[in-house]
Design a binder for this molecule. Structure first.
Ligand code: HQG
Length: 184
């Protein structure tokens, strides 16, 4: 059984492989959904000295125990559900609830209210149906600010929304007029 700290380290490495720099490790992800087989992931992981003894069971445990449900296993394949910075993953457009949330921090609030939400270093802007996921995201870098996104206005302005599973929605960008600071 892995310790929590080891699990976090493995999760971080899996994030790197499945979201950011797979090619650096010789891992080939499906260009459509960003998935690979568990076997392929395992064979890349075990080449790193730190993870030479890792098992599929331990990978599965990282996937199921993650509060944010970062990864998804379907059959013999695994993928990161969101967060990618490498080649653009395709999602089906969908209709989100009228309000979604984005968590950010106080230092960049004025820039966001002026320019809207941009995807910055990732492929998409990350939004959520509830405040919990957004709060986890926004409290990573400073004083948490929660924004509401009016998805109906955004839709009327041509924004498409994509469901990434487990309450997470993605969009290319959100115009400033669709944003409000959330004060519960
Ligand atoms: C901000 C993590 C200036 C945006 C998290 C955010 C999430 C702007 C930062 C997931 C801006 C980008 C995604 C603008 C947006 N001017 N700053 N116009 N528009 N920003 O990490 O949403 O643990 O790429 O507010 O918890 O923070 O990795 O996006 O602060 O769930 O699974 O630019 O990744 O999940 O930062 O995080 P990020 P995010 P994991």
């Amino acid at each position: 059984m892995m310790s929590n700290a080891t699990e976090v380290l493995l999760s971080k490495f899996m994030t790197k492989l499945l979201r950011h720099t797979p090619e650096q490790y010789g891992l080939i992800l499906d260009p459509e959904d960003g998935s690979c087989t568990l076997d392929d992931l395992l064979s890349v992981l075990v080449k790193a000295p730190r993870w030479s003894g890792v098992t599929v069971g331990e990978i599965q445990h990282v996937v199921t125990s993650c509060e944010k449900q970062r990864f998804e296993i379907e059959g013999d394949r695994i993928k990161a559900r969101y967060g990618h910075s490498h080649t653009k993953i395709t999602y089906e457009p969908g209709t989100p609830p009228p309000t979604l949330y984005h968590g950010t921090h106080a230092g960049i609030l004025s820039a966001i209210l002026e320019e809207g939400l941009q995807s910055m270093g990732r492929q998409y802007v990350h939004l959520s149906e509830g405040t919990h996921f957004a709060s986890l995201a926004g409290s990573r870098r400073g004083k948490l600010i929660l924004l509401t996104v009016d998805t109906i206005s955004a839709g009327q302005m041509g924004v498409s929304f994509y469901f990434a599973g487990n309450e997470v929605w993605l969009a290319d960008s959100i115009p400033p007029s669709c944003l409000n600071v959330y004060n519960p």
